[in-house]
Design a protein around this ligand. Structure first.
Ligand code: SAM
Length: 279
């Protein structure tokens, strides 16, 4: 397999990827904004918009790093609940999503409580999770969120547990993508959805040239200036180049056993969102 511009063994790749994210963890969020000029926030917002999660669902965010997708998920569900509550108050009705929660004992037995959504952030790297947890604490976000160290290729969860599985900018770092896809299928409930946001193949030749120049020349420089780490960012650029294009990746998801697999490009194919369902 390849790591940056070197050829390394599969075991070495996992170890080196670990070191890259261990070294960039503290500056990861800052670098993400700098490298994408803030656009990664929009890509992640689109993912949530398409997911359109309803209250009560369980999300597993693999390679979740510092928690961006899970924070957005909980925020989205909360705003859905608030909107439903406002609508119900106007109509003087009980919102349709409200059900008596079996996991919560209300102090007022007559009061209905909303079903709680849960997000699990799972990442192989303790340092990334540590930064994410600190961010969650500083935002006062503790309820409905848990942080689990785990490898996408061998997830520490039972079968049929989650309604949605997300992996954002993570799958290209996994050594055996086929194993990660099989694990995604295993932990999803029947009817559950797999969603993957990843850098992909730019379709417009002019944009492709600009993008190549920007990523090969600018990203390692930004990595050196902001995080003092040229090599890690050179790896990140190279890993994007080596990741399969939209159609090839779609085929890999189908081969893993997902149905109704489709993708949509964002920013001219700089990023693609693939999704599929477990039957
Ligand atoms: N999803 C986050 C986001 O969009 O900001 C973080 C993406 S970051 C580019 C890639 C993450 O993948 C890192 O946190 C890294 O530790 C994690 N990762 C790499 N290999 C992994 C594996 N085999 N299993 C789980 N996580 C992995």
């Amino acid at each position: 397999t390849h790591f940056g511009f070197e050829t390394v063994t599969e075991g070495e790749k996992t170890e080196r990827v670990y070191k890259v994210f261990e070294s960039v963890a503290k500056k990861y969020d800052l670098m993400n904004d700098a490298m994408s000029l803030g656009v990664h926030r929009l890509w992640k917002d689109v993912l949530l918009h398409i997911m359109n999660p309803q209250p009560g669902i369980r999300l597993l965010d693999v390679a979740g790093g510092t928690g961006d997708i899970s924070f957005r998920f909980l925020d989205y569900v909360r705003s859905q609940q608030e909107r439903a509550a406002r609508r119900a108050a106007r109509a003087n009705q009980t919102p349709s999503w409200q059900e008596i929660s079996t996991s919560h004992k209300s102090s007022d037995p007559g009061k209905v409580e909303p079903q709680q959504s849960r997000a699990v952030v799972c990442d192989i790297n303790k340092e990334m999770l540590k930064v994410g947890k600190q961010k969650a604490d500083s935002m006062g976000l503790t309820s409905g969120l848990s942080w689990v160290v785990g490898n996408a290729e061998e997830l520490p969860f039972d079968n049929d547990q989650f309604d949605v599985y997300t992996i954002a900018f993570g799958i290209r770092n996994v050594t055996h993508i086929d194993l990660a896809l099989q694990e995604a299928l295993r932990v999803l409930k029947p009817g559950g959805r797999f969603m993957c946001l990843e850098f992909s193949k730019v379709t417009n030749p002019l944009l492709s040239q600009l993008y190549d120049t920007y990523s090969f020349q600018m990203i390692p420089v930004l990595g050196e200036v902001i995080a003092g780490d040229w090599k890690s960012y050179q790896y990140l650029v190279e890993s994007i180049r080596r990741f399969p294009d939209q159609e090839t990746f779609k085929g890999m998801i189908e081969d893993a056993g997902f149905f109704s697999v489709r993708y949509q490009n964002m920013t001219g194919g700089v990023v693609a969102l693939h999704s599929g369902f477990k039957l």
